[in-house]
Every structure is written in structure tokens, then in C-alpha cells.
Design a protein around this ligand. Structure first.
Ligand code: EPS
Length: 362
């Protein structure tokens, strides 16, 4: 399978460039009979979209989805689902000064080294525009997981630059432009982002995603661990530099007596493991975090080279996100949903007859 495809049974292939005529994807392996309509996509595509607040890229895309195949009379048929979104607000002249150079910290240089040719308009294929189709595919995976297993997937921003939430309230997450779970801190974040944007710089962030209702038994040793699948999927999102499961890097400082999740008649006493033991889901919420680097396209001049290898100074103009992490929560949710949908089908294929094994902790 090429590097533009993902999954084994529930698969996603995306195509398209940021400034091309359209972006699209093929979702294959979705079970038949799932109700699916273009309206299903609006919410998550809107949550990810640019131009919805002053804290993100001001490119205005309608992100209107077209279902090209795989759906008949409102239900999936089990055949490949083709989805298309036309690009409508490209401004390729912003990239005129990048034709002859590379943004420091950007994929410009490595795409050039790999392929010997690149589409510099909007970063071409390396643009975060590609994540639109991940979110679209994730809508289908989320919907099937909810309908078939009652699984609920949601996420929030768990760090923005130096700031971390002091409260965790899921009801607050969708009420502010940051997907931030602490209402009291939102005005402070607005001021922080306004100052950052004025400075012309960018900042990193961390996103946390949680899947509740995942049955025990999904994921397989040794090379197909649920944790390695999630790590790979989240790591494939633009700008992601680290992925953690459960307590993640905090585990390095913990003792075994504290990290282990005690088991009793009332279930697990804690969830340091992030719902995965031995690479297999335990039935607890699956918890993952991803850290995104600061956007490399910034107004602060940076040293680079031109195509002849001569030193140049690069300033990136255009409509870039001062923090790509702000729009990344729905993308992380989508990738987690796609991994889980794939693992669900893989589990059914090999172990579907095992059924519910006792004792089962809830
Ligand atoms: C992006 C740069 C901006 C963003 C884009 C990702 O695009 P442009 O330079 O064309 O204005 O708007 O994100 C999207 C269009 C999107 O839908 O997410 C980049 O450099 O990655």
C-alpha cells in the first residue's frame, strides 16, 4: 500500500494539494448499512476549518463535501466511499517568494530532497489542508463505532504554549475557539494568542483524545498493538512531534506501585495505562495525547538557502495558523476513530467467536 493510504480493513486513502482544484479521499471497508448523508460531515469539518476564529488561518474554505460513491439511498453499500471537497480560496501568490527557497522548519526542503520536484503553492501535499479528508473519513468511523459499539470519541487542547488547563470540563470544550476544557482560562488564552499573533511568531500545543466504550480485546500483539497503531496514526498528522498513551512520559518518574491500575469488584481504580495493556484494549477509556510543534511559517525572519545553496533570509507571508494545535483536536479524534474502526474489524475477523469473556471489569 502506498504512503497515502492507512488501515488494513477499514482503510483511508487521501489525495489532493492545498492549492489544487480539490482534495478528496476513498474510505474502503466501511460495513454496509450505515446511514450516511452530507449533513453528517458539517459539524466536524466546521470544527477543524480555517477562518472560524481570529486565532487560526484566515483562509476561507466552505469545505462542502460531495459523496461520490459508496452510498445508496442514504446508507453505505460496503463499496468504496469517495468523498470530494473543492478548494475555493487558494491565494498562490503568497508563495511566490518561496519558489526559490525553503522555509526553515518546513517540509519544503525534505520534499525537494525526496522527489526533486515540489508544488510550493500552499505547501502542496504537505499542507495541513490534507487533514480535512482525515476528519471527513473520521466522521464515518466515529458514526459506525457509535452505532455498532456505543463508542464516544472526544478531544480537547491540553496545553497551549506554556499554559495547561487547571480544570477539566468536557461541556466547556466546544464553547471556545481553543477546544479548551477550563472556562476561566479562555480570556487569558485569547490575550496570549492575540499578543503572539502580533509578534509574528507561533507556538506549540498538546491535544488529548479519549475513546469511551471501547470493548476489551481490541489490538493485537506484537507488531499490531493498539498503542502502536494510535501512535502511528497520530504521529502522521502534520506537525506532530510526540505521542503519549495514558500517563505517557509522566510514567518515567512513577513507581510501579503507583502506575499500575488496581483491579477490584468495582472495576479498575485508575487509568494510568490509558486503557491499553499489552497493546490490547482493557475496556477502560483509551487515552492518548499528541504534541504539535510551532508552525514553521512565521513572520520572524529566518536563515535558509536558495535552490543554488546560497544563504537567504525567509519571511513567510500569508494566512498561516499561529498555532496549528488549535485546529488539531478534531483531527486527532478522527485518526483515533479510524484506528479503532480498523481494529474492530480486525478483532471481528480473528476473534469474533470468542464473545464476552468473564470476569469483565467495567
Ligand atoms: C497551511 C497554510 C494555510 C492554511 C492551510 C494550511 O493555507 P494558505 O497558505 O493556502 O492560506 O489555511 O490550512 C487549510 C487551508 C485547511 O483547510 O486546513 C499550511 O501551510 O499547512
Amino acid at each position: 500500500m502506498s504512503s497515502n493510504s492507512f488501515g488494513k480493513l477499514f482503510t483511508l486513502t487521501t489525495f489532493g494539494e492545498s492549492h489544487g482544484p480539490a482534495i478528496g479521499c476513498v474510505v474502503d471497508g466501511c460495513p454496509p448499512g450505515l446511514e450516511l448523508d452530507t449533513d453528517d460531515f458539517a459539524m466536524d469539518l466546521g470544527r477543524r476549518a480555517t477562518g472560524r476564529s481570529r486565532h487560526t488561518s484566515q483562509r476561507r474554505e466552505t469545505d462542502a463535501i460531495e459523496i461520490l460513491s459508496g452510498v445508496y439511498e442514504g446508507r453505505t453499500t460496503g463499496t468504496p466511499i469517495g468523498l470530494l471537497i473543492r478548494n475555493t480560496d487558494q491565494r498562490s501568490k503568497d508563495y511566490g517568494n518561496l519558489l526559490e527557497t525553503f522555509r526553515p522548519g518546513h517540509a519544503d526542503y525534505t520534499y525537494w530532497q525526496k522527489y526533486g520536484i515540489r508544488d510550493p503553492r500552499g505547501g502542496g501535499r504537505s499542507s495541513a489542508r490534507e487533514t480535512t479528508m482525515r476528519v471527513a473519513a473520521g466522521v464515518i468511523a466515529k458514526k459506525w463505532l457509535a452505532a455498532r459499539y456505543g463508542i464516544r470519541i472526544r478531544g480537547c487542547l491540553s496545553q497551549l504554549g506554556p499554559h495547561r488547563p487547571e480544570a477539566m470540563d468536557w461541556d466547556v470544550v466546544e464553547t471556545n475557539p481553543f477546544f479548551w476544557p477550563d472556562a476561566d482560562q479562555v480570556p487569558m488564552l485569547e490575550a496570549y494568542m492575540d499578543a503572539l499573533r502580533k509578534s509574528g511568531d507561533s507556538v506549540g500545543a498538546k491535544v488529548t483524545v479519549v475513546a469511551e466504550g471501547v470493548p476489551p480485546g481490541w489490538g493485537a500483539p506484537i507488531y499490531d498493538k493498539l498503542s502502536s497503531g494510535i501512535a502511528s496514526a497520530l504521529m502522521s498528522i502534520n506537525a506532530v512531534k510526540a505521542v503519549e498513551i495514558g500517563d505517557g512520559i509522566e510514567a518515567a518518574a512513577q513507581l510501579g506501585s503507583a502506575h499500575r491500575d488496581s483491579m477490584g469488584v468495582d472495576g479498575f481504580a485508575s487509568n494510568h495505562a490509558g486503557g491499553i495493556l499489552g497493546g490490547i484494549s482493557s475496556g477502560q477509556p483509551v487515552v492518548a495525547h499528541m504534541t504539535l510543534k510551532p508552525t514553521s511559517s512565521i513572520l520572524i525572519p529566518g536563515d535558509s538557502i536558495d535552490l543554488q545553496g546560497r544563504p537567504v533570509e525567509v519571511v513567510t507571508k500569508g494566512r498561516h495558523d499561529p498555532c496549528v494545535g488549535i485546529r488539531a483536536t478534531p483531527i486527532a479524534e478522527a485518526m483515533l476513530a479510524l484506528v479503532l474502526a480498523d481494529q474492530a474489524l480486525l478483532h471481528r475477523a480473528q476473534c469474533g467467536d470468542v464473545g464476552e469473556v468473564l470476569p469483565r471489569l467495567v
